[in-house]
Each structure stands twice: as structure tokens, then as C-alpha cells.
Write a new protein. Sequence first.
Length: 236
Amino acid sequence: MKSDRTSSTLVLLSGGQDSATALAWALENHARVETIGFAYGQRHEVELEARLRVRKALADLEPAWAEKLGPDQLVDLSGYGALAQSALTAEMEIEWQAGGLPSTFVPGRNLVFLAIASALAYRRGLDCLVGGMCETDYSGYPDCRRETIDAAEQMISLGLDRAMKIETPLMYLTKGEIWALAHELGGGRLVDIIVEDTHTCYLGDRSHRHDWGYGCGICPACELRARGWQDWQDRS
């Protein structure tokens, strides 16, 4: 997926593998890049800490990326997180629920994030939003599907009375292909950054180091990341 290299964008950066890869992609494909993150009452502060590590590491990786990388904004959405309670924001078991979605589903999370990000992008004069949403390897979250993102793009553009593109470079990639994209964008050094600095584990575990990074190794996020790593290794 290619973009307009003269455009400017705001990247939704959580500190996880997918958003870190999306940030690297944006730095490679856009002329100006800013980031935004959300403190929505996550059970584990390590996600927010990972955001800053990732930004610094990517800026240090490529001088051209450092020149493009603009300011970061962290938004307090703790009230929303309490309202949209899930296993990511409260002490709940991670399990599949009666409706077919996992208990880690935070209702409307990406919709809320995109709406708020669009307000900052509008104020900052940025052309589009970039997110690491993916509908190929994911937990069934309906707000990760491209159909949902397309609807959000239309709603936001109408609401702002200005076109606001939403790019999702990982949308149709498997987790193994996302590892491969990171390698394509920044070689082994970017892969190392994702392994060492990003955080995906639902349980917030930074004490266990695996080939694919830190995590408990048993939650759905760790299992997906590990399978993707092995798939990429098998194909390499």
C-alpha cells in the first residue's frame, strides 16, 4: 500500500507491534508525521511507556524519519474506558462471551479514537489518519474491519466538512506478513525494535522474553504474535 509522499498524517500509536509498524510505514510514505495516543484506563501502564520507546527508537533508526517525526499527543480517556469496561480496562477473565466476541473487546474503541484523532488532525492541518487496524489476524473486533473504517472515514469527512483519509496499511496482512513488512521497511534493526520495545501482551508481562518479544506467552495477543513470528521465520 502506497501513499502520497507529500502529505501529512497523524498516526494512532498504542505502543504495540501493529501501531509501531504502521508508524514506520507512515514515516516512509508521508512527508510529515505526528502521533497520538490514548490513556483509556488500560490495566497496564506498560502500553503507554512503550509508545515513547517506539517513537524514540524509530527516530534514532533513520535520520530521514527523525526529520519527518513531529509532536506527540496523549489524550486522557479514562472516563470512556470505565464506561466501556472490558478485560483490558478491568480485572476480568479473558474469555469468549455469549455474543461471540472476546472479553477484551472495548466497545467502539477505534471509533472513539478516530473521532478524537480527527479533531487534532484538523487543528494541526494534517491530511489523514493512519492506524494499525487489521481484519486478517485479529480477535473478531468489529471496529477493526475495513468496512467500519470506511464508514468512519465518511462520517468524519462529513462532520469536518473536509476530506480526512484513514489509511490502514496492515488491514489485509497476516501477523506473519506484518513482521515481513517491518523487515522491509527497516530491516533487522526495525524488527529488533519491535521485539524489544513494543508491547502487546494483554497481561502486561514484561518479565518473560521470547524470540518475538516480551509477554506471558499464553494470552490471545501473545499467541497471535508468536504464531505470526513463526510463520515469518518459516517463510524467510
